[in-house]
Design a protein around this ligand. Structure first.
Ligand SMILES: NC(=O)C1=CN([C@@H]2O[C@H](COP(=O)(O)OP(=O)(O)OC[C@H]3O[C@@H](n4cnc5c(N)ncnc54)[C@H](OP(=O)(O)O)[C@@H]3O)[C@@H](O)[C@H]2O)C=CC1
Ligand SMILES: Nc1nc(=O)c2c([nH]1)NC[C@@H]1CN(c3ccc(C(=O)N[C@@H](CCC(=O)O)C(=O)O)cc3)C=[N+]21
Length: 299
């Protein structure tokens, strides 16, 4: 058996199409253009690529994109002054500070400074708390994109065994919350989990967000399971003949032979993350203006 390969790129293009439609309607009916601000501290090349492609896609769906590049040694004071300005700016509906940030800055402090209504990463404790208590929140883009793909493939998720490998605030924890809300039986695994292979073998749904290249081999996967690979790992150049190939946290070649469906890397979760960032910016814009939320684009 060979798994269905879930085309995240095509799925993301459809989501962006829906966002673009609604943005056009907001403009025509209400004269509102959503705006997304992305803040990049330092010059990490991978982050620069990612921020550039976000900016481009933001403009393509008809939103305003505001990019702020700050030097790696920016003071906490100057970064907070920028966040305060973005919080107060009515043209800005979403704010994303790209992580990681240099060591002299605290991610927790940065997140706490962002207006929860503009927190399109869903990291603010207000949003994390709302999600955990089953209320309307801004939900982190990556888990939101994973949920959309899972619902699309499986329909009703209730009663399914789901394993999330990883417990970060950005991916693992909100993913587990969303799956729980959809009535999965959720296990959250991490670096101290005993018998990870045994835990993964029980799962109908596996979400891998570990940050280790090809960490999950095919023989951990239950036949027919749906595998969502969040990992974005760039292999060192010498391992792939010079290109610095991107691989996920799942060993795709062995897993594809066992799973029922699997997301590839690249072309899986990554494009959905950016599409959901745009969807979240639209949602934030509708909420702040007291308008109906876009259908099918929220959790
Ligand atoms: N496609 C996309 O859009 C996105 C992709 N990513 C990618 O997803 C991956 C995860 O990101 P993120 O959640 O931010 O990463 P973090 O480094 O914050 O979290 C990694 C998690 O994996 C767990 N882990 C590490 N080693 C093991 C192990 N040997 N066995 C079991 N669990 C382990 C850690 O456990 P512990 O808590 O015990 O240390 C931790 O909870 C990365 O590759 C990242 O690049 C991230 C965001 C978006
Ligand atoms: N505050 C914050 N929020 C984030 O959501 C966040 C972050 N910081 N820091 C970094 C990680 C990583 N991340 C990715 C998103 C899209 C792709 C993506 O589009 N990937 C393409 C390939 C890109 C390529 O070729 O390099 C793909 O998988 O097909 C990758 C990685 C969001 N993150």
């Amino acid at each position: 058996m060979t798994a269905e390969i879930i085309d995240g790129k095509a799925f993301a293009a459809r989501v962006r199409g829906q966002v673009a439609e609604q943005v056009a309607r907001l403009k025509a009916d209400h004269g509102i253009t959503p705006g997304l601000a992305v803040v990049l501290v330092g010059e990490d090349p991978a982050s620069q690529v990612y921020v550039r492609s976000k900016g481009k896609q933001t403009v393509e769906v008809g939103m305003n994109s505001f990019e702020h590049k700050l030097p790696a040694d920016v003071s906490r004071y100057d970064l907070f002054a920028l966040i305060d300005r973005l919080n107060a700016d009515p043209a800005v509906n979403g704010i994303l500070v790209q992580f990681p940030v240099p060591d002299h800055l605290s991610e927790a402090e940065i997140v706490a400074r962002i207006d929860p209504a503009k927190d399109v990463d869903g990291l603010h404790i207000e949003n994390a708390g709302l999600l955990a208590s089953g209320q309307k929140a801004m939900v982190s883009c990556t888990p939101l994109g994973c949920l959309m793909m899972l619902r699309d493939r499986l329909g009703d998720l209730s009663g399914l065994d789901a394993v999330v490998i990883g417990r970060s605030n950005l991916v693992g924890k909100p993913m587990a919350q969303l799956l729980l809300r959809d009535s999965c039986t959720v296990t959250v695994a991490h670096s101290r989990t005993r018998d990870l292979p045994g835990v993964v073998r029980r799962a109908d749904i596996v979400v891998a967000a570990v940050g280790r290249p090809r960490f999950v081999p095919g023989d951990w996967i239950k036949p027919g399971a749906t595998v969502i690979d969040v990992g974005i790992n760039r292999l060192p150049h010498e391992e792939d003949g010079g290109k610095g190939k991107l691989v996920g946290d799942v060993d795709f070649d062995s897993a594809v032979r066992v799973a029922g469906a699997i997301t590839p890397v690249p072309g899986g979760v990554g494009p959905m993350t950016i599409a959901c960032l745009l969807a979240n910016t639209l949602t934030a814009t509708c909420r702040v203006n007291g308008l109906d939320e876009p259908e099918g684009l929220t959790a």
